[in-house]
Design a protein around this ligand. Structure first.
Ligand SMILES: C[S@@+](CC[C@H](N)C(=O)[O-])C[C@H]1O[C@@H](n2cnc3c(N)ncnc32)[C@H](O)[C@@H]1O
Length: 194
């Protein structure tokens, strides 16, 4: 990993942990992925040779930087979705500091609206880390815009299992997918679209 990106990720990791332990209001927390989740996503993107990544839930861009740094020495792009103005300002600044602006498109608005308006089978990797109450509603479109033989990863399935129980059940019962929960970070649901 490039030194400036490694230093920035370390800084953002500390910032997120300090910030979230000091803020009470949920919307003011960064709720970043863990560092090992970043490594995990990176390995999956590289080994699957993913080129067109969608992230749902940018926050201040910590996970986006983990995703995008994979495309510094190979072709690829990350589209990331966020509706909170303050977090968008922070994320754009962080993308600039990481010198990754040309690899990332940040869409400012509601993720559900964005997902609904995408063509079929355009993304070859999806990382879902947003409003868990919406996952069941978004599932059909998320699956539609994911290419076959591609992965979708869902964060927080161990830390917030009750909130995603129904979603996990639907995925597990789908004959069109293989799925598995792995104990990385806050728990990752791996969904492989056959
Ligand atoms: C868990 S945080 C994302 C953390 C980020 N992936 C990271 O690890 O650095 C979830 C984010 O999703 C955003 N969000 C929630 N519902 C959304 C929606 N319907 N459309 C767009 N963004 C949404 C929140 O504002 C929040 O910043």
């Amino acid at each position: 990993m490039k030194k400036n990106i490694e230093l920035l990720l370390n800084e953002l990791e500390s910032f997120g942990l300090n910030n979230d332990s000091n803020k009470q209001e949920g919307r003011l927390k960064m709720k970043n992925i863990t560092k090992d989740t970043g490594e995990f996503l990176s390995i999956l993107i590289k080994s699957n040779k993913a080129k067109n990544v969608l992230e749902v839930g940018t926050s201040n861009g910590y996970s986006t930087i983990w995703l995008a740094q994979n495309f510094l020495d190979s072709e690829g792009h990350v589209t990331t979705l966020e509706f909170d103005d303050n977090k968008i300002t922070m994320a754009l600044d962080n993308f600039k500091r990481a010198e990754l602006e040309s690899i990332i498109s940040l869409h400012h608005g509601d993720a559900g609206e964005f997902i609904k308006n995408q063509d079929d089978q355009i993304f070859d990797f999806i990382f879902l880390d947003s409003d868990r109450k919406q996952y069941l509603i978004w599932w059909e479109d998320l699956n539609r815009i994911l290419k076959p033989n591609s992965l979708m990863i869902v964060d927080n399935v161990n830390s917030h299992r009750q909130e995603v129980d129904k979603f996990i059940e639907i995925v597990k019962n789908s004959e069109a997918h293989n799925s598995l929960i792995v104990d990385v970070g806050k728990g990752q649901l791996m969904i492989f679209k056959k």
